[in-house]
Structures are given as C-alpha cells and as structure tokens.
Ligand binder design. Structure first.
Ligand code: GTP
Ligand code: MG
Length: 198
C-alpha cells in the first residue's frame, strides 16, 4: 500500500472525544521509549508527524492520524515508565484501558517490543490483558538495526518461548522493524491493507 496522505487529527485523554467516523484504526502501544511514535513516522514517511524523544514519556495522549482519508494510525502513551508520578501513571492506565475496552473502531493493536531485550514482565502482562479483553493484536519488534540478524532470530525465538510459557498457544503474527532503516515497512503496510480490505 502506498501512503498518499497522513494528517494529524486530534489528541486527547478521553475516548469519547476520539474521532467519530467509523474508520478502521490501528493503535501502537508498548513501553515508553520503545519506538511507537518513530514507527508511525517511518510508516508515513514523515519525519515529525508524531513527536519523538530520546527521553521516555514523550507521548502523553491518544493521538489520531488519518491515513489516505480512510483509516487511522493511533499513537498512545507508553506504559511502565517509572519516572512519571504514580498519580500520572494511574491516569494513563485509566484512559489507555478505556481506549482498548471501548474503542469500537480499533481493529488491531500493535504491541511494540524492543528486540534487544528479553521478555519483560510488564509486556507479558499487557499482552495477557489484551487477550482477556479480546483485542486483536500483533507484536512488532523494534530497533532491529541495533543487533545482528542472527541475534534477531534468536531473540524472536526466545520471545516465542516466553509467550508459550505464558499460556499462549502460538506466537502471534509478528513483524521485525527498524524505524531508522525502514525495515518491516512494506510488510506492515501490506498487513494493514489486507485487514482493511477485509
Ligand atoms: P514514548 O512516547 O515516550 O512512550 O516513546 P515512544 O515509544 O513513542 O518512542 P519514540 O518513538 O519517541 O523513540 C524513543 C527513542 O528511540 C528515540 O530516541 C528514537 O530515535 C529511538 N528509536 C525509535 N525507533 C528506533 C529504531 O528503530 N532504531 C533506533 N536505532 N532508534 C530508534
Ligand atoms: Mg511516543
């Protein structure tokens, strides 16, 4: 799929204020700093459509970006960033879980995982939560440019093992990406196109 247009529509912390149009949407979620906003920029070919930062905690709201006038990419705040105050963290979790539980337009959540790290408890818990909430999701491994191909294959295999040990029967659909190198872009856009076509 070719992306012809991408435009920022609205940021907010209230699911009821998200765009009302019944267009399919794809949300990016994962630990702070994992590369959610960078991946949105890589996919759309826009350097600063979504705001990124070397410091975790940059994205603080639900951000809707309309693509090709007929679907949305949604950038969400990260979870698991210890330096935000407990109160802020609770608020994040409240509106993030609200989003996953109430947003009818959501067709797929992309859970971003840093390819360099072994499976983190908070991600496994979040994946379990998505399963319990029956939200369809895929896994996106990020920052693949940081390690060798061999190590990528090893780490994906290790992640699969961790999921199986966590009661998943199979490795979910997954993608390996690098926002700096454009890795995984075609596969991801093809996947979205296929889902959009039904
Ligand atoms: P929050 O909004 O804070 O939750 O973070 P985020 O998940 O949106 O991460 P963001 O896209 O802001 O990126 C965090 C840092 O990782 C930035 O310094 C990015 O440049 C860097 N980064 C993101 N993706 C990649 C990647 O694929 N490769 C490399 N080398 N760096 C990346
Ligand atoms: Mg962000």
């Amino acid at each position: 799929m070719k992306i012809n247009t991408s435009e920022f529509i609205i940021s907010n912390s209230d699911v009821s204020k998200c765009p009302k149009e019944p267009l399919p949407e794809y949300a990016f979620i994962g630990r702070s700093n994992v590369g959610k906003s960078s991946l949105i920029n890589m996919l759309t070919g826009r350097n600063s459509l979504a705001k990124t930062s070397g410091k975790p905690g940059k994205t603080q709201l639900i951000n809707h970006f309309k693509i090709n006038e007929n679907w949305f990419l949604v950038d969400l705040p990260g979870y698991g960033y210890a330096r935000v105050s407990k109160k802020t963290k609770e608020v994040f979790q409240g509106f993030i879980t609200d989003y996953f539980e109430k947003r009818e337009q959501l067709v797929c959540a992309f859970v971003l995982i840093d390819i360099r790290l072994e499976a983190q408890k908070i991600d496994l818990e979040f994946i379990t939560y998505l399963g319990e909430t029956q939200v369809p999701f895929c896994i996106i491994f990020t920052k693949a440019d940081k390690i060798s191909r061999h190590k990528i294959a090893q780490n994906v295999a290790a992640y699969r093992k961790a999921l199986l040990a966590n009661n998943w029967e199979e490795m979910p659909q997954h993608f390996v990406t690098s926002s700096t190198e454009g890795t995984g872009r075609d596969e991801l856009l093809q996947y979205i196109d296929d889902v959009n076509q039904g």
